[in-house]
Design a binder for this molecule. Structure first.
Ligand code: ATP
Length: 199
């Protein structure tokens, strides 16, 4: 599986539609300082479901929407489309090519689409996590991250390895199930109390 293309529309410094095509081998993005190289990496993390504005180098999530320049008015919407080659079927979808799209309006809230169909964020997260491509740190290693990994303590390093091996998503699912179980138990207690009052 590899990235075929990434199209940015109104995302950060990319006001007009800009498509980056990638080859299955190593790809290098070059350009002067401030030309938007890191914004492309931000777009990749964002379309994969990144939720933290700080991780995208902004204060609030709406900062990803093109804010305008002296020559171009601000836009009201950011949209990023990621096209993945799925010819090996690594993503559990019977389609040679998979597109993931995220749209955000300046007023807030994100919309996601998978192969053109509206889906939830969790659908995108599950799809990518099941293929071992979470949007977290091991898939996207940013500037300074290598140093951080090298100087991490044993516990932090275990976290990184667990994430790389895909154990994190099972932990997340386990804690989600535990929370559900806890709320079911409380409902059951309430029912027992009501039952006791009635009998
Ligand atoms: P360097 O080589 O210095 O790391 P870079 O090529 O990675 O630079 P980026 O950090 O991707 O550059 O881009 C920074 C530019 O993006 C800045 O000029 C900033 O003003 C612009 N930018 C960021 N967010 C927005 C936004 N919401 N609207 C318009 N422009 C934005």
């Amino acid at each position: 599986m590899h990235i075929k293309s990434l199209t940015l529309r109104g995302f950060k410094s990319f006001a007009s539609a800009t498509e980056c095509s990638f080859s299955p081998a190593i790809n290098v993005i070059v350009g002067p300082n401030g030309s938007g190289k890191s914004n492309i990496v931000d777009a990749l993390a964002w379309v994969m479901g990144q939720q933290g504005a700080k991780s995208l180098r902004g204060e609030k999530m709406q900062d990803v929407v093109f804010a305008g320049t002296s020559t171009h008015a601000a836009l009201g919407r950011a949209k990023v489309t990621l096209t993945l080659d799925n010819s090996e079927g690594l993503l559990g979808i019977p389609s040679e090519e998979v597109t993931i799209e995220r749209t955000m309006f300046r007023s807030g809230g994100s919309e996601y689409a998978l192969n053109g169909q509206a889906v939830r964020l969790s659908d995108i997260q599950d799809l990518l996590a099941d293929a071992g491509v979470a949007q977290e740190d091991h898939a996207l290693v940013r500037q300074g991250r290598v140093d951080e990994i090298l100087t991490a303590n044993a516990e932090q390093r275990r976290d990184i390895l667990e994430e790389a091996f895909g154990i994190h998503r099972f932990r997340q699912r386990a804690s989600k199930s535990e929370r559900k179980l806890e709320s079911m138990k409380q409902n059951l207690h309430r029912l027992e109390d009501l039952n006791a009052e009635l009998t």
